[in-house]
Design a protein around this ligand. Structure first.
Ligand SMILES: *Cc1c(COP(=O)(O)O)cnc(C)c1O
Length: 381
């Protein structure tokens, strides 16, 4: 989709701009009139060289695309920003979403800033911090006693009955346009070069598909040469319909009826864009890695301890996937790898407690303090 002829030299035009998050790439986004833009700072996130982490998992050229720094702390601010802007351009008054947790706050925040009413639907198993966060933006938050597939079905039924723009149902084409900006940024941050490998968490598979689309656009518009990027997808073992199809060599995705995983933001049993994501992975020479929850928790901790980046399981799963793919020989030590870390750790609570355990409390006495910190190095004075 092109909405405006991109500048003759697209790369130069973009590079000359001040930051402005994902709207930096406005001629590649489907908003015709900039007055409808809702800009609360989505996008423009850091690409971090993760040398210490790379050393531990055996990949020398490792980068983290840190999308935990978005306004509502997940990459979902990208799709919500574009979909809500488009809803305003369409003259819609009420918007909403079906969410596994993160889209809820992204849609709620952007509709609040854009002056629209918002209705958010989520499974009632979603983490409590995500429910609280979505609620405070003033949206109507409704929890559904069922799986994400039930929630999604309900959203489709609602669209048939009401004049509402559901960002990932009837506004979905615009939603995906927002997500693709992540790869524009990565390419620009690498000095207008494609990464050799990119590892993407998959729920519906939309993000992975959108990144591939974004890369093709940059090629088409001559901003980069031919992209040889390998796309790898990560899912949790307890809900891995796309990875299962990949390992069975099938093009057809069998739904998972009852997802069971701590990686709740990726728990979609019937991935809407799964077949497309699978095609992108296969045709790019990539791999689909299912990750046991235990390894995702370990990766959350490792990511914190080596990079200072605090991610939720759905974000850290890409680190665990790289480690597994390295062990299987799918990635080599010298390969360049970009991991998409898509959501912040503050959004989950129980998962973090499983890693850290409880914290000590002492009365304000030195003797009590010293009895807890008996490290030799610390006490040599
Ligand atoms: C939504 C989400 C994704 C990707 O979901 P898709 O439906 O595949 O686009 C990845 N990570 C997190 C944390 C998410 O919330």
């Amino acid at each position: 989709m092109i909405y405006e002829a991109p500048a003759n030299n697209l790369r130069q035009a973009i590079a000359s701009r001040v930051r402005d998050g994902l709207w930096r790439y406005h001629e590649l986004l489907p908003i015709l009139d900039e007055r409808f833009r809702v800009n609360i700072g989505a996008g423009g996130t850091p690409l971090v060289r993760a040398s210490r982490l790379g050393e531990v998992i055996g990949v020398r050229n490792l980068y983290i695309k840190n999308d935990t720094t978005n306004p509502t702390y997940s990459f979902k601010d990208r799709p919500a920003s574009v979909a809500i802007s488009k809803a305003r351009e369409f003259g819609l008054r009420i918007v909403g979403c079906a969410s596994t947790g993160n889209l809820a706050s992204a849609t709620a925040a952007h509709s609040a800033a854009g002056g629209l009413e918002c209705i958010v639907l989520m499974p009632d198993t979603v983490e409590l911090p995500k429910v609280r966060q979505a609620s405070i933006y003033g949206s109507r938050v409704i929890l559904v006693n069922g799986t994400y597939d039930d929630v999604n079905r309900l959203a489709y039924l609602l669209v048939e009955r009401a004049r509402i723009g559901i960002v990932n149902v009837n506004l979905r084409p615009y939603y995906v346009e927002g997500s693709k900006t992540m790869i524009y940024e990565i390419v620009e941050q690498l000095g207008w070069r494609c990464p050799e490998n990119i590892v993407v968490p998959m729920a519906s598979g939309a993000l992975l598909g959108a990144l591939s689309k974004g890369l093709r656009e940059l090629e088409e518009f001559g901003a980069i040469g031919e992209a040889g990027t390998r796309f790898h997808g990560a899912q949790a073992v307890g809900c891995s319909p796309i990875c299962d199809a990949f390992s069975e060599g099938s093009d057809e995705i069998r739904p998972v009826r009852n997802p069971t995983t701590i990686v709740k933001s990726l728990a979609i049993g019937t991935p809407g864009d799964g077949e497309y994501a699978l095609k992108v992975v296969k045709s790019s020479g990539g791999f689909c890695q299912a990750v046991p929850d235990r390894l995702t928790l370990e990766a959350m901790e490792l990511l914190c301890k080596t990079t200072g980046i605090f991610a939720e399981p759905g974000g850290a799963i890409t680190i665990a996937a790289v480690k597994l793919m390295r062990e299987r020989g799918i990635l080599d030590a010298g390969d360049e790898v970009v991991c998409c870390v898509t959501g912040a750790g503050f959004k989950v609570d129980e998962a973090v407690e499983q890693i850290t355990g409880t914290t000590h409390v002492v009365s304000p006495r030195l003797s009590e303090l010293l009895s807890l910190i008996d490290t030799q190095e610390l006490l040599e004075k």
